[in-house]
Design a protein around this ligand. Sequence first.
Ligand code: ADP
Ligand code: MG
Length: 685
Amino acid sequence: MIDLSKPVQYIKGVGPQRAKQLERLGIYTVWDILYHFPRDYQDRSRILPAHAYGQGDLATVKGTVIASQETKPRRGLTITKLTLQEGAATFFAVWFNQPYIRKQYPPGKKLLLTGKMERNFGVPQIQVTDHELLEGDEGLHSGRIVPIYPLTENISQRFLRGLVKTTLEALGSQIREFLPDALLDRHGLPCLPEALQNIHFPADEKSYQRARKRFVLEELFLFQLGLNLQKQRFIRQPKLHRYEQQQLAEQLLQGLPFKLTGAQQRVWQEIKEDLLAPYPMNRLLQGDVGAGKTVVAALALAMAVGSGLQGALMAPTEILAEQHAASITALLEPLGIKVALLTGSNRRGRSSLLAKVASGEVQVVIGTHALIQEGVQFKNLALVVVDEQHRFGVRQRAALQDKGQRPDVLVMTATPIPRTLALTLYGDLDVSVIDELPPGRQTIKTHQLSLNQAGKAVGLIKQQVALGRQGYVVCPLVEESEKVDTQAAIDLYERLKVALPECSFGLLHGRLKPAEKEQVMQEFRQNKINVLVSTTVIEVGVDVPNATVMVVWDAQRFGLAQLHQLRGRVGRGSHQSYCILVGNPTTKEAKERLAAMCRTQDGFVLAEEDLKLRGPGEFFGTRQSGLPDFKIADLLRDSREIEKAKAEAERILQSDPELKNPENRYLFQQFAQRFPDFVKYSDVS
Ligand code: ADP
Ligand code: MG
């Protein structure tokens, strides 16, 4: 039995240098090679005579080399041209800057070639993209359905194809199945060795489809196992704290200057029931920007404090943490509750603050991920609120939970995930949705301008500031480098200052120190700054009701979810608000994105649009969300498979709740390897 977790170097033809390059594709082990799935396929199974192809066709041809020549029409360009013969006909094959081809394929060699056919020269000529010696009948790069792999620098299709092929040939027969036979049978799926063969080198469309189905189900099944195992962790262990009285929460409710919306009431009811239940709450609170999630969180926190317990709220950025601290303090302090802010930057008074948290004197702590650092200890943390879930991973959420003993957890997100998807994806969370905005909210007038119409946007800012209102101008993250982005923001800031001397401007970007950022935000809240020019740091959560204009520069560079978030920064007060999308979209997708923004303001509709346009992986930004990056499953296309996977996971866990039975040992191993996070945080019982 071979060990598939061996490093790739174990494979013939892979030395230390190759191994390093492969790492960039996420390939470390032999197993990783086999699971490096093609991103596409080309059907090169039909080999026709060269003259049977038309101009521009993707052609696969074979022939015997009869002559070769090399020309250098200009510096840096070498053209190698082979003359090949097939039957009575001849054709040319051309390579650019690959002079070794002449030596590699001397006259007499039989070749199989794929490339673009050119018919303008009399004799058919193929511009070669893939080539190989034809020995026997079977080609690797042509003459079959050929896999196209995701690549990285210095790794070619040819190399990868060869590597996969070698690996499959050497090990294929020894690979053991880890999914239950019964599961494969129920869904008519091929076993692992067969599926691997067909996902890489399918004999035909049908065998590819079968193989794909298997890996999709495999991936989703393992994921669902993880969700379920994690959920069990919470379900099985009753909590140790109790909410004995609701008086403080009631008091907060009575004192609010507004009435909760129906949706807020319903959601608060759901949360209250969770808090009163014997097992820890694990709930996702979804609500569009401005839907009023903060009040609901404050109610829950008040209920905790009223029962002598502590609460914590974690936000993804300092600005957001500060803002939450401000609004929650305003709600809770009148009730005599002690609220404190804990971020990475406020080092002064830190140790005395930590002491107060540890002693229970501070009852509600609001902060960034500084909350989950070592040294932060609570007396009796019972309720954990996490804002903007998509910025945190499963890991951070769990780390905060570990600061208490089985605390209740409320995760808040403004990312409008379609409900069905949320239910399947966040299988470990219950879901509440605030699907109604507080009354009196205005429609935000949304318009699209090209770059040379940008003057109109400037005019609008001028007009709104004259009315006493405020605005945002958001610059895109153009480059990977924060430095370049900052410079872009500074440039725009300087230009706007010149264009609108009557306005006061502030500048916010990621390179400012936290204290500087807070200073700018403070002045903006106080309307000392009329217009805030910013990189996307203001994307989430900022609440300045007097702001009525949002101008997004180069709007085509933003995703829909992001644009929607940005627009949500305005329209928070009673004044008519505007969102201006400036930019010159070039791709069809970008045009449709901006058009969708102008068409609707409903976050859920936009989310569906986004799913259609981009697919869920990008929408969620899986890397940030704590969701695994699905290798092959496509959450839109494979929604039926999600259901099947879920049912299968529940079925197997019913008979073997922790996957400890001998027949599931190998399955558990596979699962643990793929989703280490889940195992870490589900295996504590
Ligand atoms: P979210 O966090 O969901 O984006 P917030 O909790 O920040 O939204 O609420 C947005 C604004 O709406 C706040 O100024 C808040 O005071 C106000 N608000 C919340 N609920 C109501 C309500 N039921 N009626 C009127 N205003 C509300
Ligand atoms: Mg908010």
